[in-house]
Write a protein that binds this ligand. Structure first.
Ligand code: URA
Length: 232
């Protein structure tokens, strides 16, 4: 089927069509074929296919056994063209039930942390290293993180955020492929592919140790500065 017609069908059916931030077509360009050349259309289609394929791959993933115990996969939520990407560890019970990351009390704190720096959950993309809940909320096994991390790489490549903030030790160590403790990883700018990474505490840890909130605040201000430097 012609790609322009396909886009129009998808839109009419109310299906999410994810396009790169730099080339979102207006209705006028979608319906006026002369304004879209073949190369541009091909690149848009490949992005659409990548997002859709990625989500389908995640949903039907069998790389580890977690999909057999999880109720559903938790792909990520928010803005697929976001400048900010936040990465946690793995879905817990509420995320597993609702299909969205950080749906519980630690998620409420995360929303507050974002608000403190002038962002809402709609401005950012939030996901986890693992897309399936480990049973009984146990820590992810190494083979589970290493088979799932490729999905995170692909999400990062599609979103191309200006900054990534990792939440907690597991997310930081998985992204940065290190065994260093959080204390050594905080306060530095790391890289994940071509995106700067700032490491901070997990909101669940902050709910337990309220006195650490000031460290999280320092990390977020560091993230803002790093974001501004990377904005160009
Ligand atoms: N903790 C995480 O790391 N991720 C979630 O989505 C929820 C809790």
């Amino acid at each position: 089927m012609d790609n322009t017609i396909r886009l129009q069908y998808l839109e009419a059916m109310g299906i999410d069509v994810w396009l790169p931030r730099t080339s979102l077509p207006t209705k006028q360009t979608l319906f006026s074929e002369v304004l879209i050349d073949d190369a541009e259309l091909e690149s848009k289609s490949s992005v659409i296919d990548d997002w859709n394929n990625l989500q389908i791959e995640v949903t039907s993933c069998k790389k580890c056994t977690l999909r057999t115990t999880a109720s559903q996969t938790v792909f990520g939520s928010g803005n697929k063209q976001a400048d900010w990407m936040l990465v946690g560890e793995a879905p817990g019970q509420q995320e597993d039930e609702q299909g969205i990351p950080f749906a519980g009390s630690s998620g409420a704190l995360l929303t507050e942390m974002l608000r403190a720096i002038g962002l809402s959950r709609k401005d950012v993309f939030i996901t986890n290293v693992l897309k399936c809940r480990p049973p009984d909320n146990r820590a992810p096994h190494v083979n589970e993180s290493s088979s799932c991390i490729n999905y995170l790489h692909r999400q990062q490549q599609l979103i191309r955020p200006k900054i990534i903030v990792t939440l907690g030790l597991i997310a930081a160590q998985s992204l940065l492929k290190t065994n260093e403790p959080l204390a050594k990883l905080r306060g530095k700018v790391h890289m994940f592919n071509d995106t700067p990474v700032i490491v901070t505490h997990h909101p669940a840890y902050l709910l337990q140790f309220l006195s650490k909130k000031h460290e999280a605040w320092l990390d977020l201000t560091h993230a803002i500065q790093t974001f501004k430097n990377n904005k160009g």
